[in-house]
Design a protein around this ligand. Structure first.
Ligand SMILES: *Cc1c(COP(=O)(O)O)cnc(C)c1O
Length: 375
């Protein structure tokens, strides 16, 4: 161990103005789950993502759970989910006692493969199974999935999309922001995301009915009555106003956060792309990733581990790419359509420290260790 301070993968990065919004919330005593900061944060998100409605919740995972509830996903229903993702995408399917059907990624964006997606739908049809209730593609690491191709299939089979944009706030696909592409779309403001509210999430849509339903379910499903009356099971999922105040301040610096993350990617790329056995997640034409995390693919698992362990020895955090859901013990029984692509991404891939508050010398330190490990 060196005495160098630890470099984290993606720590929170406050801009300074958050405190004034928090002070405002305190001064007016809007401390709980109602308040002007919540309303304003929702307005900012809805405008930024070019949606008609946004509602904020305690996490991205809870936003996904609400989306599934609203679509009526219930016990035994099937939901198609990108396998190569964080567990937060898939868990809510289990919360509903529904059945996940996992689909592999393509290698251009590392996200949901349209061909395997179609295979999955057609195959379930042939087996005489009920049509899946939703499709959940993910913009992993900020990289937009093949939006047009996935949408075409979803529309042809009339299955709604829940777009997991948890990692992709600020990413752009053919001129439009991520978060604008699903029937419903979700964001996360967890501490490691591009902006944070400490913890939090949002559900975006163009449906007033869905938006109201999401807020209703997230505040314990109270019927309109002077007493507490409940005709439906609710949740305590609403975001607090103090957290929303942090989010408001973070929205002001979002553009500079994206700029910095993209610049960090560019530095890694120019310093490391010459090394044999190191590849980067490319940007296809018409796409701009927020570069939430810079990821590399190495030659094999041995090389990946060598780099990861060298970084750790030098007090630098890095992380293997997501382990696909169909490889997880909890989802071992689930249907899977695809080949070994997401497994190979997991074996060879590494997320590098990418926080927007990384200093130039942090980046240099990280790069020099990776270079040594590659030699
Ligand atoms: C972070 C994340 C989530 C869940 O968000 P939380 O706010 O942590 O609950 C869902 N999907 C993906 C891809 C994520 O990265």
């Amino acid at each position: 161990m060196t005495s160098n301070p630890r470099i984290y993968l993606s720590p929170p990065h406050m801009g300074g103005i958050e405190m004034s919004h928090i002070q405002e919330a305190f001064d007016t005593n809007w401390i709980s789950t109602v308040g002007p900061q919540i309303n304003e944060f929702e307005n900012r998100l809805q405008q930024y993502c070019q949606r008609q409605y946004a509602a904020v919740f305690s996490s991205g995972t809870s936003a996904i759970h609400l989306a599934l509830r609203i679509l009526g996903v219930a016990e035994g229903d099937r939901v198609i989910c990108q396998s190569f993702t964080f567990a937060g995408t898939a868990y809510p399917i289990a919360y509903q006692n529904a059945v996940p059907v996992f689909v592999d990624s393509e290698l251009d964006t590392w996200n949901l493969d349209p061909n395997y997606l179609e295979d999955a739908i057609v195959n379930l049809q042939k087996q005489g199974k009920k049509k899946p209730k939703a499709i959940m593609p993910v913009h992993l690491y900020g990289m937009p999935y093949m939006v047009n191709e996935v949408k075409e299939i979803a529309e042809r089979f009339e299955i709604p999309i829940i777009e997991d944009a948890a990692e992709a706030l600020g990413s752009i696909y053919q001129g439009k922001p991520c978060g604008s592409f699903g029937e419903m779309s979700i964001l996360s403001f967890n501490g490691n995301k591009i902006i944070t509210t400490s913890g939090g999430g949002a559900l975006l849509s163009n449906s007033e009915e869905w938006n109201n339903k999401a807020k209703f379910l997230s505040t314990q499903a109270r019927d309109p009555a002077p007493h507490y009356q409940h005709s439906e099971i609710g949740f305590n999922y609403r975001l607090g106003n103090v957290n929303a105040a942090i989010g408001l301040g973070q929205m002001d610096v979002l553009a500079s956060r994206i700029e910095r993350r993209r610049a960090i990617y560019d530095i890694y790329h120019s310093e490391l792309s010459g090394f044999e056995g190191v590849k980067f997640q490319p940007e296809v034409a018409g796409v701009e990733s927020n570069r939430w995390l810079t990821c590399i693919l190495t030659r094999d698992n041995e090389m990946r581990e060598k780099i990861r362990l060298s970084l750790e020895e030098n007090n630098i955090e890095s992380r293997p790419l997501w382990k696909a859901m169909h490889l997880q013990p909890v989802f071992a029984e689930a249907d899977y359509f695809g080949s070994s692509r997401s497994e190979s991404l997991f074996q060879k891939g590494l997320c590098l420290p990418s926080g927007s508050n990384m200093s130039g010398s942090d980046i240099e330190r990280t790069i020099s260790i990776i270079k040594k490990a590659c030699q």
